[in-house]
Design a protein. Structure first.
Length: 349
């Protein structure tokens, strides 16, 4: 009797899976409810991720430059311009009030931070730069290392979890009080001490508010593929939830930054996406690529939401592409084969 029940349940799951493939926004999706996210979130998560892309650009820049010429105001403009673009793109969906509030909070606080840093670096920072005769100071190099470490951290976890207090202690333990270019050293100590201290306090407040207002986010994304390719070491965290031999499969893969690598790996393995986070083959998904300024996408079914120049890298731009979920694998294979084009991020709802 148990074997019969199992067979019936298995058949029901397979039929439901097949039915889910046929729908653009599947109401009868076999994706578990806790893994479903609204289609509008592929757009609304972009401003959040810009606040990863921007620090990444800053970290790359200060690795061998002082911050005085970093285009803080240009990034403020790109942040708000992109928010306007994704807001327009989501006008056909129900208004996600909570997400818009969150975006406005983080975008406003970033605007204030960048404006203050721009003013400080333009005046005080540049004055101490004039006194430098030995290249970057210990403090400049320490700040650059922390900037890159911070970016690596926030690709995986929320920024407010970052241990700024430990970095503040490290600043005073790992850099000397006296040495070449003394005025620049002391000024950088002051600037970094202030930055890490303010961010530690603000991060603590945001963490408390976030924990009180939002549930812990899932760290995986559920996807349905038409077939499951061989899972080598590069796809080690693909976890099948429902699978038929040689047929469709419901799996979970790591979310956020890691989703890009797993999506590319599945696409290279010959899989086609039928559903991502409960959004069917006809739903839209956003991805950004870094490309030469003269590059133009030539993928049927895709569209460009906006383009922005990479302000610290002449000849490069960021292109935000909108692709149907069902065409995502084909688009990823085409983009990875394109010369000079790097897939920056896939916004997995």
């Amino acid at each position: 009797m148990k074997q019969v029940l199992r067979a019936v349940l298995g058949l029901a799951c397979v039929l439901a899976l097949a039915a889910a493939f046929a729908a653009t926004r599947p109401a009868n999706s076999v994706t578990p409810a806790e893994h479903r996210r609204g289609e509008e979130q592929t757009f609304l998560t972009y401003p959040e991720w810009f606040l990863v892309h921007s620090p990444a650009e800053y970290a790359a820049y200060v690795a061998d430059h002082t911050p005085g010429d970093f285009p803080f105001w240009g990034h403020i403009h790109q942040l708000w311009r992109s928010y306007a673009a994704v807001t327009q793109a989501t006008s056909e969906y129900p208004f996600n009030f909570g997400y818009h509030v969150m975006i406005c909070v983080i975008a406003s606080s970033t605007t204030v931070e960048y404006a203050i840093r721009s003013a400080y670096e333009t005046v005080i920072g540049r004055l101490t730069e004039l006194t430098m005769s030995h290249g970057l100071t210990e403090e400049d190099r320490y700040g650059a290392r922390v900037a890159q470490d911070y970016v690596d951290f926030i690709r995986v976890l929320p920024w407010y979890e970052y241990d700024f207090v430990a970095k503040l202690r490290g600043l005073w333990r790992e850099t000397s009080l006296f040495g070449p270019d003394l005025l620049r050293k002391w000024e950088r100590k002051y600037a970094l001490t202030t930055e890490y201290g303010v961010k530690a306090a603000y991060g603590w407040l945001i963490k408390k508010a976030t924990k009180a207002s939002y549930e812990e986010p899932l760290l995986v994304t559920a996807v349905i593929v038409d077939r499951l390719p061989n899972l080598g070491p590069q796809l080690s965290e693909v976890k099948p939830l429902l699978e038929m031999p040689g047929g469709p499969a419901l799996v979970t893969v790591p979310r956020y930054d890691a989703f890009k690598g797993y999506a590319i790996g599945l696409a290279k393995g010959g899989a086609t996406f039928r559903e991502i986070a409960g959004n069917g083959a006809g739903a839209r998904i956003l991805l950004t690529v870094l490309a030469p300024t003269d590059w133009a996408p030539a993928m049927p079914g895709s569209s460009v939401l906006f383009e922005d120049p990479i302000l610290t890298r002449a000849g490069r731009k960021r292109v935000a592409l909108v692709v149907p979920v069902g065409d995502l694998a084909r688009a990823l294979n085409a983009l990875t084969a394109a010369r000079g084009v790097d897939i920056e991020h896939i916004y997995d709802y």
